[in-house]
Design a protein around this ligand. Structure first.
Ligand code: DHE
Length: 523
């Protein structure tokens, strides 16, 4: 696979911001001698991850220093303490956290050059090579050694395990028939994997630092939201061929913006994109050369009320919703896909944006930095509610989706990241991984909005992401760091039924729940 191939270590040498000349030459020489073979002379990554400030955002300098000195367990990164003096290690740390003088580019040609198709569609079997229910498989991301596992959701056994790009983040996205899964790494690599024949079929690098990806409801187009460069990349899913690279800039072409996230809105036949540095949301029609979303809206609403303006950028028309009070940090759709609920940067306000009218229609005060991407909904007392955890407050917020009023803030044992449920379950599961009780999850009664059970699967060990199987019978919970496990619970009795060993398991994603757009999971 390409991200493991040293040949990808690119050759171009980028400059970097001012440091005294002799020191600069020395650190360059050090980097070239010891690091470039795996991380690329341009620091864009190769067999090792990219070493640019945007890609290192989650790594402290202290940790970086330790990794350079002592290496990184379960990776090919060796320690250099026996070869390099502490000052040299320090200089390398300073170097990799320095912005390049020229922002690195990743053009359509770079994307195309990184693309490899291992197997074409006609070379793949016509039916699954395994006996498991293809719609009850889980894709489990194991960050400990950069692998993914395919778990049979009925027998709760591992069917396959394969290497992924380094540092996979966010939800993989499935083709509408559930056959293919697309996995994205923080360094922008997309891996397409066939869940019927249990083998990777292709890979491409869509950007240098990516946020997330989405897939169109017809399964034909993938959209990758990048931070570096600030682009939205549209790929043909079957071949991973770049279809269009959209530079994210304001209308006057003056300011560019990183992207926060892209999500698919199937009833609208569009991708909806939140911009991180500009107060805009974009909607992109995923049918190439289709009439812009704007034109279709005009037929439904009188023109004067529509504030969005259409602009056409190549074959995929972009509709801009502009002049929002500030950029949207994180968002979730309402169950009707008409509105997005987005949070302000400081997390003190939720803004409900009507996608058809193209403007904010309601503001709701909030606190604790809502994690809206983790939001799920369900029917309660004849009304649909939307619930989401808060990253800086030990609460779960429950909103009414008609009045947009807060029904309840449920106090929990600690701030959490992930929330999950299923149509067939009376419970929602929430971790507390951002607080002192990171080994504990809580099970919330969706009707009474109270805590039904508090579970600590392995005391002292991180317990985080959960996902139900497609029938809502069992719940799989990621526990632990390097030598961790997926702990399986009976969704009704809340008793543990099995442990599947896993290397630092993070997210796991059930095919059936994802392709049916189950109300209890993220999309
Ligand atoms: Fe995530 C999903 C953003 C840190 C694990 N995370 C997402 C998504 C976004 C996001 C926009 C939705 C993508 C999708 O599914 O299409 N995450 C962010 C951040 O902005 C943040 C706070 C900072 C950052 O470093 O980017 C962040 N995320 C983390 C972590 O530290 C986590 C716990 C460990 C990790 O892998 O880096 C983490 N994020 C996850 C996981 C999902 C995710 C497991 C998928 C959730 C799901 O069930 O769909």
């Amino acid at each position: 696979m390409r991200w493991r191939d040293p040949a990808i270590a690119a050759l171009g040498v980028l400059g970097f911001a001012a440091a005294p000349r002799a020191e600069e030459a020395q650190v360059r020489a050090l980097f070239a001698a010891h690091c470039a073979v795996c991380h690329g002379m341009d620091r864009l990554g190769g067999t090792g991850p990219a070493l640019l400030p945007s890609n290192l955002g989650r790594l402290t300098r202290e940790h970086a220093r330790t990794i350079i000195a002592q290496g990184r367990a379960a990776t090919q990164m060796p320690g250099f303490a026996h070869m390099l003096a502490p000052e040299q290690i320090e200089a390398l740390v300073a170097f990799i956290y320095r912005e390049p003088e020229t922002p690195p580019a990743w053009t359509t040609a770079d994307i195309e050059a990184s693309r490899r198709l291992f197997l074409a569609l006609h070379q793949l079997p016509a039916r699954p090579v395994h006996e498991a229910d293809p719609l009850n498989l889980f894709v489990l991301i194991e960050q400990g050694d950069h692998h993914a596992s395919i778990i049979d959701g009925d027998r709760l056994v591992r069917l396959a395990r394969f290497p992924t790009p380094i540092a996979v983040h966010g939800g993989p996205k499935f083709s509408p028939d559930g056959r293919f899964v697309h996995i994205l790494s923080r360094d922008g690599w997309v891996l397409r994997y066939d869940l019927w024949s249990l083998q990777p079929v292709g890979e491409v690098r869509a950007g240098i630092n990516a946020r997330n990806l989405a897939i169109s409801a017809d399964g034909r187009v993938l959209a990758v939201a990048n931070s570096l460069p600030p682009t939205l990349v549209l790929l043909e899913a079957e071949t991973l061929r770049p279809l269009q690279v959209i530079e994210v800039r304001d209308r006057r072409d003056k300011r560019s913006s990183r992207l926060s996230a892209v999500y698919a809105a199937p009833p609208r036949e569009s991708f909806v994109v939140a911009l991180k540095d500009l107060p805009e949301i974009w909607e992109i029609d995923w049918r190439p050369n289709a009439p812009p979303v704007f034109d279709r809206l005009v037929t439904r609403y009188e023109q004067g009320r529509i504030e969005a303006i259409a602009s056409s950028l190549g074959p995929f028309p972009v509709r801009r919703i502009e002049e929002l009070p500030e950029p949207i940090e994180d968002f979730v759709f309402d169950p009707a896909w008409r509105h997005v609920v987005g949070s302000s940067r400081d997390g003190t306000k939720l803004r409900v944006i009507d996608l058809d009218l193209g403007r904010v229609v309601t503001e709701v005060p909030s606190a604790g930095l809502p994690h809206l991407a983790a939001g799920i909904s369900w029917e309660r007392e004849g009304r649909r509610v939307l619930a989401f955890p808060n990253l800086r407050e030990a609460t779960l917020t429950v909103l009414d989706t008609e009045s947009w009023q807060v029904i309840k803030r449920i106090e929990t044992i600690g701030p959490g990241f992930f929330l999950r449920s299923h149509e067939n379950s009376p419970y929602a599961w929430l971790d507390a991984s951002l607080g002192g009780k990171r080994d504990t999850v809580q099970v919330i009664d969706k009707e009474s909005l109270t805590i039904a059970r508090t579970l600590t699967p392995v005391p002292g060990t991180l317990a985080a992401h959960t996902e139900f199987d497609r029938h809502g019978r069992s719940v799989l919970l990621s526990v632990g760091e390097r030598d961790g496990a997926v702990v399986v619970y009976d969704a009704r009795t809340l008793e543990e039924i099995k442990r599947i060993p896993a290397a630092k398991p993070s997210g796991k994603y059930n095919v059936g729940n994802k392709i049916s757009r189950s109300e209890g999971t993220s999309h």
